[in-house]
Design a protein around this ligand. Structure first.
Ligand SMILES: Nc1nc2c(ncn2[C@@H]2O[C@H](COP(=O)(O)OP(=O)(O)O)[C@@H](O)[C@H]2O)c(=O)[nH]1
Ligand SMILES: [Mg+2]
Length: 370
């Protein structure tokens, strides 16, 4: 336990696990992670893997059914306990729109929270071409995940990838882009340079962060700091979102050629662009082998909550940690009605005698923190 990282990566579902694998590849050795799925095929030799719903689904997966996945996760989420010893912060990567990513993420977050482990969730939202059911399915889960997690990033795959013709290519590109971005975040925490942002600091920063936006950029050349700022200011993933930015978390990754003036340029540029009244935290990574000549910047923007007073209270010293709840959260994606109407357009499904068009939390009288 003493040598294990206190930062754990959790990939949930098929696509979530693919992204987690990509992060691990991009980061290199030493990243602590576990893959979680209802589908036994996701677990490969030598990989840490936790099977959810072994009894209920026999390792066959949830077949794209969020509710089946969620029930499976409810029953068996304790399997995560074998992977979380000494963990202080969990980063979850998941893909909404299918079954397990959507259904099991909420249970995982709640389980971790109950054990005092805060979660940062990176969740992809389906491509438009995947159809209305998947979109709706994802939008139904997003507010609940946002409410339960400490910090959430909803990443629209359409925005991440842009125009491509081939589905296969779009999917692969999405995994690569997201994985390399999150791997930079990992470097920031695990391979600190002159200005350190370790797990404990990040844990504190994200404890009450709420919904965030996330982007990375890599540039080179004589004006690389200014170019990085320009690119980030124009980044579609940072432009999205409705609320004002409350805090900025920024990592500058470079080789030993990193100049103080470049750090200052990035920091000033981001504050000017995204809000001078924000909390600003910056860390550096000096990785000569990988970064000499190049400059990468990873930016996490967190939006203000609807209730300033509650937000201030939530940020008070000592309030950080798992199990917290922000006072109020808006529908993160502003996508129309919440609650009962959510599955209206889904195909009717009857399973084990239950009408699955009625959301589980209504059928089962579960308490949700809306
Ligand atoms: N980036 C990427 N996304 C995928 C891929 N396959 C599926 N997705 C996305 O992930 C969502 C969930 O699909 P999947 O992972 O198969 O479902 P799950 O295993 O039940 O969680 C889909 O709606 C897509 O938006 C893939 O290969 N790459
Ligand atoms: Mg799957």
């Amino acid at each position: 336990m003493s040598t294990a990282s206190s930062l754990l990566l959790i990939g949930i579902g098929t696509a979530g696990s693919a992204v987690a694998r990509g992060i691990r590849r991009a980061f290199g050795e030493g990243l602590r992670y576990v893959l979680v799925d209802t589908d036994a095929r996701t677990g490969r030799d030598g990989e840490p893997f936790a099977l959810l719903g072994g009894e209920r689904l026999s390792g066959r997966g949830a077949g794209g059914d969020v509710i089946a996945a969620r029930l499976a996760a409810e029953e068996s989420i304790d399997v995560l306990d074998a992977s979380i010893e000494g963990v202080r912060l969990a980063v979850i990567v998941t893909a909404l729109g299918g079954g397990t990513g959507g259904g099991a993420t909420l249970e995982a977050v709640r389980h971790l929270s109950a054990r005092g482990i805060p979660s940062v969730v990176f969740a992809t939202m389906p491509f438009r071409f995947e159809g209305a059911n998947r979109q709706q399915n994802a939008r139904g889960m997003a507010p609940m995940i946002e409410e339960a997690a400490n910090a959430t990033f909803f990443i629209a795959l359409d925005r991440l990838v842009g125009e491509t013709d081939l589905v296969e290519q779009a999917m692969r590109q999405a995994v690569d882009t997201l994985a390399s971005g999150i791997a930079l975040f990992w470097r920031l925490v695990e391979k600190p340079g002159y200005i350190r942002l370790d797990t404990e600091r990040i844990r504190h920063l994200v404890a009450h962060a709420g919904r965030g936006r996330f982007a990375t950029v890599t540039v080179q050349g004589p004006d690389r700091a200014a170019d990085a700022v320009d690119a980030l200011v124009r980044a579609p993933l940072l432009a999205e979102g409705s609320g004002a930015v409350r805090s900025i978390l920024c990592g500058v990754l470079a080789g030993e050629d990193l100049r103080l003036s470049e750090v200052a340029r990035v920091s000033e540029g981001l504050r000017t662009a995204f809000g001078s009244h924000t909390t600003f935290d910056l860390g550096t990574v000096n990785d000569e082998a990988t970064f000499t000549g190049r400059l990468s910047v990873v930016v996490l923007l967190f939006e203000s909550a609807t209730d300033e007073a509650a937000d201030d209270a939530a940020l008070a010293p000592g309030a950080a940690g798992g199990g917290k709840k922000k006072a109020k959260v808006r529908n993160p994606l502003q996508t129309g009605p919440q609650g009962r109407g959510r599955f209206n357009n889904a195909e009717p499904t009857v399973w084990n005698g239950e009408d699955l068009d009625i959301p589980t939390f209504i059928r089962r009288n579960l308490h949700l923190d809306f």
